[in-house]
Design a protein around this ligand. Structure first.
Ligand SMILES: Nc1ncnc2c1ncn2[C@@H]1O[C@H](COP(=O)(O)OP(=O)(O)OP(=O)(O)O)[C@@H](O)[C@H]1O
Ligand SMILES: [Mg+2]
Length: 284
């Protein structure tokens, strides 16, 4: 099937990933999206966690429809977009997406059309991925212009971040990663952790890691999660919130895709590829 994206607007696609679960991906996705929106960008947050609807839960949203309704041509993408804080638009997690590998031509076309439509209304597409090295996660990452790897100071988090980087490098030729250290007591701890990850990656892989930021352990995040609100909504001056704003300033200056629409087209090709939605894990 030919994929033609006629729109010429450039969309920055940022995937938030980690390998290990519970390290803060969804909080990063939401607050980074909000901080980018505060800079004047039109931001769409795609909840690509195919298992659990993370963004909905953290923001207390109860969307009635999701991407599966778009694929089945029951509605258009604009009908499922949910308004989030700071006017970000949220694409709710799709249930039953395992079926995507068996989409009919008509359903494929509907999905392509849906994301094509998104180009005209978005400057930045942030993708909150699920934990694990599922092919869906890898494909979303590989299709994105920027991959932010969230890591915290636990051996399993570092090992899983390394495994994610290794597979994306080996199987998808990704050469650059932005690392976001989360839940540390101070900047020094964050820097040390980043250095450890760089050392192990440099030893075995030919990749470039950039330290995007260090987010402190902040009890206000836990309070915000309990209230089902974003940190930037409830505690905009808290230490972690200030760091999210700094990170958004940096991300906003990243170079855009070289061709006007090339990356979005590539993104579409990747996410509709049958293996993209395959939930099988990969071997290391
Ligand atoms: N900087 C932080 N300071 C304190 N607590 C934090 C911080 N970041 C995240 N948390 C805590 O970690 C929990 C998990 O965060 P989050 O849901 O964003 O992780 P995740 O990586 O998306 O998890 P999953 O893999 O299950 O999707 C939050 O509910 C919150 O309590
Ligand atoms: Mg999550």
């Amino acid at each position: 099937m030919n994929i033609e994206v006629v729109n010429t607007k450039s969309v920055r696609v940022i995937a938030i990933a980690s390998g290990k679960g519970g390290v803060g991906k969804t909080n990063v996705s939401i607050n980074l999206s909000m901080a980018l929106a505060a800079l004047g960008r039109e931001v769409t947050l795609f909840d690509a966690d195919l298992g659990l609807a993370n963004v909905d839960v953290l923001l207390g949203l109860k969307p009635e429809r999701n991407l599966s309704h778009v694929i089945n041509q029951e509605c258009e993408l604009k009908d499922i977009l949910v308004d989030g804080p700071n006017a970000i638009k949220i694409i709710p997690a799709a249930s039953g997406v395992k079926m995507m590998s068996q989409l009919s031509d008509l359903q494929h076309a509907a999905l392509i059309h849906a994301f094509d439509d998104l180009v005209s209304r978005t400057d930045v597409l942030v993708i909150d991925t699920s934990a694990g090295l599922f092919n869906s996660v890898l494909s979303f990452c590989a299709a994105s212009q920027e991959i932010v790897v969230v890591v915290c100071n636990e051996p399993a988090s570092i090992a899983d971040a390394y495994a994610l980087i290794k597979v994306l490098h080996r199987d998808h030729q990704v050469g650059r990663f932005r690392v976001l250290v989360n839940m540390v007591d101070d900047r020094e701890e964050g820097r040390k952790l980043f250095k450890r990850l760089v050392q192990v990656c440099e030893k075995y892989l030919d990749v470039i890691l950039d330290l995007l930021g260090v987010i402190p352990r902040d009890p206000n995040i836990i309070k915000a999660v309990q209230r089902q609100k974003a940190l930037l909504q409830t505690y905009p001056s808290s230490p972690a919130a200030l760091e999210f704003k700094k990170i958004a300033d940096i991300a906003d200056k990243w170079p855009k895709a070289r061709s006007a629409n090339g990356k979005m087209e590539f993104f579409l090709e990747q996410i509709i590829a049958p293996r993209a939605i395959d939930q099988m894990g990969v071997s290391l």
